[in-house]
Design a protein around this ligand. Structure first.
Ligand SMILES: NC(=O)C1=CN([C@@H]2O[C@H](COP(=O)(O)OP(=O)(O)OC[C@H]3O[C@@H](n4cnc5c(N)ncnc54)[C@H](O)[C@@H]3O)[C@@H](O)[C@H]2O)C=CC1
Ligand SMILES: [Mg+2]
Length: 316
């Protein structure tokens, strides 16, 4: 086993091993982003990047020499660095710790750092250094669930399931949790297929429910979005793990039955109204638009705009 390094030894190793690449730069205290090296920011070797809000971001993953540093020596180094950053008027410290270096979490916590969030292979801790209470934004606050109301206009049938893992077997729309980076409509189509074997395509967004302190969302808020989907296969082959029953039900029956959840009942009535009066009365349709961030796009959902309002021709 390699011996643990002292703080002094660690500083020497870091000085040898860490040097930012050619793009590394420090643009002064204007708030511009850049690597922070001593002497402008730190007198110790715990180097970070300056963000546009005046905070410092330190990524332990970049510091290979940490493998041989013990927790006490790390705490000493971090304490010195924090003192320096505070004296330079930095607003906050973001400390990114890979899971295999988790022994550094406790020493950081003893200096006042708190968890901001964790991913599967790392955690991020923060320390507010600015005036007054912390202005750092929190991490993700909602879980997003999406259901598909798969409606066949030609037969007036709607696809419903009963959950296997619920105490009360009530009819509901198939659906589930959105995966990171997944569009709402894609979640609805995927979940419907996984749970029922029915293939469908996205038509519109019908309703959004927001609920706080949801036990199924680990006590966080839950956003449950229901989409209108159009089926293009009709033979049910439902998932035995998740569903007890699955069937095509007449929309009138679903709108009237008591054996359903309040949200399913409400959306069944909304669909019935759309079916009779025109889906444009209930649909929020989607369009992809370019974001202000170069190269990025987003999906925007709203009621259909009349053509003249899209172009603004003839509108004064
Ligand atoms: N009002 C309504 O009609 C209902 C709305 N919802 C909403 O639907 C969304 C979630 O949909 P779901 O179908 O529940 O998600 P889902 O379809 O993504 O996953 C459900 C499956 O995940 C697995 N699972 C979940 N927690 C587990 C655990 N702790 N241990 C082991 N396995 C576990 C189980 O196999 C379960 O059947 C949420 O937004 C929720 O609020 C869910 C039920 C009814
Ligand atoms: Mg589900």
């Amino acid at each position: 086993m390699r011996p643990l390094l002292s703080w002094a030894g660690w500083r020497a190793v870091l000085a040898r091993t860490y040097s930012p690449g050619p793009s590394a730069r420090y643009r002064g205290a204007s708030g511009a982003q850049g690597y922070v090296r001593n002497p402008p920011v730190g007198t110790c070797d715990l180097q970070g990047e300056l963000d546009r809000f005046g905070g410092i971001s330190v990524r332990l993953a970049r510091l290979d020499a940490l493998d041989r540093l013990d927790a006490a020596a790390f705490q000493k180094g971090l304490q010195a660095a924090v003192q320096q950053w505070r004296s330079e008027g930095r607003t906050a410290v973001w400390l990114h710790i890979p899971i295999l270096q988790s022994r550094f979490i406790a020493p950081a916590a003893s200096l006042g750092f708190c968890f901001h969030h964790a991913e599967s292979d790392s955690s991020t801790l923060t320390l507010w250094l600015g005036e007054g209470p912390s202005r750092l934004p929190g991490y993700a606050s909602h879980q997003v669930g999406v259901a598909g109301a798969v409606f066949d206009e030609s037969t007036r049938k709607i696809l419903v399931v009963q959950d296997r893992n619920k105490l009360k077997n009530m009819w509901k729309f198939p659906g589930g949790l959105s995966e990171p980076g997944e569009d709402i409509g894609d979640t609805a189509v995927r979940e419907v297929f996984e749970e029922t074997g029915i293939k469908s395509e996205f038509r519109s967004l019908l309703s959004i429910r927001q609920q706080h302190t949801n036990p199924g969302a680990f006590g966080k808020s839950d956003m449950y979005i229901i989409c209108r989907l159009k089926p293009y296969s009709f033979t049910i082959n439902f998932c035995q793990h998740e569903c007890l029953r699955c069937e095509w039900m007449d929309l009138n029956d679903l709108a009237k039955t008591e054996n359903t959840t309040p949200i399913t009942s409400r959306v069944a009535r909304l669909l019935l109204y759309g079916y009779r009066e025109g889906f444009d009365k209930i649909d929020l349709t989607v369009e992809e638009l370019p974001a202000v961030h170069t190269g990025l796009f987003y999906k925007l959902y709203h009621k259909e705009l009349p053509d003249n309002y899209k172009t603004m021709k003839g509108i004064y």
